[in-house]
Design a protein around this ligand. Structure first.
Ligand SMILES: Cc1cc2nc3c(=O)[nH]c(=O)nc-3n(C[C@H](O)[C@H](O)[C@H](O)COP(=O)(O)O)c2cc1C
Length: 373
């Protein structure tokens, strides 16, 4: 039996296998409300046999959206719109999960296909107007980007409450796993990193000060998010920038997150300067797996590996080496929504299309018999 297809128990939740759809923004919501695109986009991954499906970075307040098209969870109407998606995923045997976040100084951007940078005149003509943004320090991401306002301690406390309230709504919508987005240069990551945090109050300065907002958010979310449901936390394990956040910093953070009831650390990297995909870390298959391995070893937390994990055998090797507990798939799943079922085939699991939904599997079994050359 391949480890990739062994069920995993996280608190009171069991996923049928170790394959997770990584959160992927679709920039396709209006006023933060989920629609048919989200239902079909995420629903097809549940049909595709993965264990856990994460919905994209979902803003806890409207100003925390990356773009006008981001999902939100700042009202009960937002949670209500997600319920059909949750119900469909459960019916297909997947664990419905959602990532919550705040974009910080990378809020109010253009959608990727319209430039992936500051909003320009063409965006304004489409009605995508900029809004005031916040950050640890009044420093833009780069030349031409919006100037953020430094957050006051009162604004930070309010934000922490907004994260907790969004967690409560995620629970009410029926989600069974939740991830706090602390990566890619967005708000929490920008507090963690010495590249973007130049405060001299209790939320800046040394590592403990820079970690404070992450830990307060995690603690506040954990008090609202049910004890029976797992909490994930995504970090940029390294900034990949000169003088930036390091893997040693990540180990220290993971230990503190563990003490606050976080169950899984999701090990991404980069994004502190420029768009989320900007990273100083060289990309090759499995390039972030060593971070997941080190954090697992040194923090004792379960880890999720992500980043250019291309096929079942590669994913299986990561688990067999003990480098991670879960395998997150992003773009490969966009390319092949049946990635998990094809991985099962490659690993010799569930022969005769037994893992496929019967609506497909019954036919594919016969197709296989008739297409043998
Ligand atoms: C379309 C798209 C949207 C993404 N949106 C998010 C997001 O909402 N939150 C997040 O933490 N990462 C986001 N990412 C990063 C992915 O979750 C993942 O970490 C990254 O794509 C690397 O994995 P891959 O090589 O399997 O694609 C996004 C990536 C893509 C391709």
């Amino acid at each position: 039996m391949a480890k990739l297809f062994e069920p995993i128990v996280l608190r009171g939740v069991t996923a049928r296998n170790r394959i997770v759809i990584s959160p992927m923004c679709q920039y396709s919501a209006r006023d933060g409300i989920a629609n048919e695109w989200h239902l079909v986009h995420l629903g097809k991954f549940a049909v595709g046999g993965v264990g856990i499906v994460f919905a994209e970075a979902t803003a806890v307040v409207p100003e925390g959206r990356i773009t006008h098209g981001d999902l939100g969870l700042w009202s009960d109407a937002h949670a209500q719109a997600l319920k059909p998606l949750v119900a469909f995923q459960k019916a297909q045997g997947a664990v419905p999960a959602i990532q919550i976040g705040h974009a910080g100084r990378k809020a109010s951007m253009a959608r990727p296909w319209y430039g992936n940078g500051p909003l320009g005149s063409a965006d304004l003509a489409r009605g995508d107007t900029p809004w005031p943004i916040v950050a640890p320090s009044p420093e833009p991401v780069g030349p031409g980007w919006l100037m953020p306002q430094a957050m006051s301690a009162a604004a930070i406390a309010e934000l922490t409450r907004a994260f907790a309230a969004a967690a409560g709504r995620a629970d009410a919508a029926g989600f069974e796993a939740l991830e706090i987005h602390g990566a890619h240069g967005y708000l929490i990551a920008s507090f963690l990193s010495p590249v973007s945090n130049h405060r001299n109050d209790g939320y800046g300065g040394d590592r403990a000060g820079r970690m404070r907002i992450a830990l307060e958010v995690a603690a506040a979310v954990r008090t609202i998010w049910p004890a029976s449901k797992p909490l994930f936390f995504r970090i940029s394990t390294v900034d990949g920038a000169e003088g930036g956040w390091s893997v040693e910093d990540s180990v220290a953070l993971a230990l503190e997150l563990k003490a606050r009831g976080v169950d899984v650390v999701d090990c991404s990297s980069g994004g502190i300067a420029g768009s989320a995909t900007a990273a100083g870390v060289k990309r090759r298959p499995g390039f972030q797996v060593p971070y997941a391995a080190r954090l697992k070893r040194e923090s004792g937390l379960a880890t999720m590996a992500v980043g250019l994990i291309l096929d079942g055998p590669q994913a299986e090797a990561i688990l067999q080496a003990g480098d991670a507990d879960l395998i997150a798939i992003g773009r490969e799943a966009l390319h092949d929504p049946f990635w998990a079922l094809h991985a099962a085939e490659a690993l010799g699991v569930g022969p005769d299309f037994g893992l496929w939904p019967p609506q497909y599997g019954w036919w594919l079994e016969r197709r296989a018999a008739t297409t043998q050359r």
